[in-house]
Design a protein around this ligand. Structure first.
Ligand SMILES: O=C[C@H](O)COP(=O)(O)O
Length: 254
């Protein structure tokens, strides 16, 4: 079995004022125990700078929830990779289903953002996942293939080491419905196969692929015990220090 360093990432989405963020981070830092995995928190853009100060000297990485692909220019309301680098961001969530479905982001746009993230030496967390309608129509694998190949088109093999993928079935996000561990493992295994076909065996073997969708302290361990699953992208449960720390501190089965 190939061991990849697990990642537990918390996506706060559009939650937490500065004051709430400060309290949450302070509480969380006192609870995180394990050092054999990466823990990432992704606050709003507004809270990044303050969160970076609080995380200084702690083993928790800072992530952003989106990014523009240009360094600067007339892009009102957008955030440049340079701004993120400057405050210490090392992970950037891209193509989250809420960006795809609420804000209309398509794979070609996500692809530009992925390339910009890598150009600036940050780790993209590229999200893919099917809707309930797509799953029920038995087109999950086709959808995943299009999203993976579309959002990763033209990536240089040498940069694949920084890539992280998150498989998030849209129907499992914020609904309390988790994909079964077997289903999640199967789709993630399929993503690994796609990576190997396109970018070589090493990319398939080494890329960390996370599961996201109603991850909780009660289901993290069974998900992490699956061979293909390398971590979790956590939404709702990342807003509570105790819950998120219990997820981040899950026990690894040797
Ligand atoms: O980015 C996180 C995912 O959308 C999962 O959210 P959730 O844990 O609230 O289902």
């Amino acid at each position: 079995m190939i061991r990849r360093k697990p990642i537990i990432a918390g996506n706060w989405k559009m939650n937490n004022t500065m004051e709430e963020a400060e309290k949450l981070v302070a509480h969380l830092l006192g609870l995180i125990e394990k050092r054999d995995r990466e823990v990432v928190i992704c606050p709003s853009f507004v809270c990044l700078s303050r969160t970076a100060e609080l995380l200084k000297d702690h083993d928790v990485a800072l992530g952003a929830q989106n990014m523009h692909y240009e360094d600067n220019g007339a892009f009102t309301g957008e955030v440049s990779p340079l701004f993120l680098k400057e405050v210490g961001v090392t992970y950037v969530i891209l193509g989250h289903s809420e960006r795809r479905h609420i804000f209309g982001e398509k794979d070609d746009l996500i692809n530009k953002k992925v390339k910009a993230t890598l150009k600036h030496d940050m780790n993209p967390i590229v999200c893919v996942g099917e809707t309930l309608e797509e799953r029920e129509s038995n087109v999950t694998f086709e959808i995943i293939k299009n999203q993976v190949y579309g959002s990763l088109a033209g990536l240089e093999k040498e940069k694949m080491g920084k890539l992280v993928i998150a498989y998030e079935p849209v129907w499992a996000i914020g609904t309390g419905k988790t994909a079964t561990k077997e289903d999640a493992n199967e789709v993630i295994g399929y993503i690994r196969k796609l990576l190997a076909e396109k970018f070589g065996k090493e990319a398939g073997d080494k890329t960390r692929i996370l599961y996201g969708g109603s991850v909780k302290p009660a289901n993290i361990k069974e998900l992490m015990d699956m061979e293909e699953i390398d971590g979790a992208l956590v939404g709702g449960a990342s807003l509570k220090a105790v819950e998120f720390s219990e997820i981040a501190n899950y026990d690894i089965t040797e």
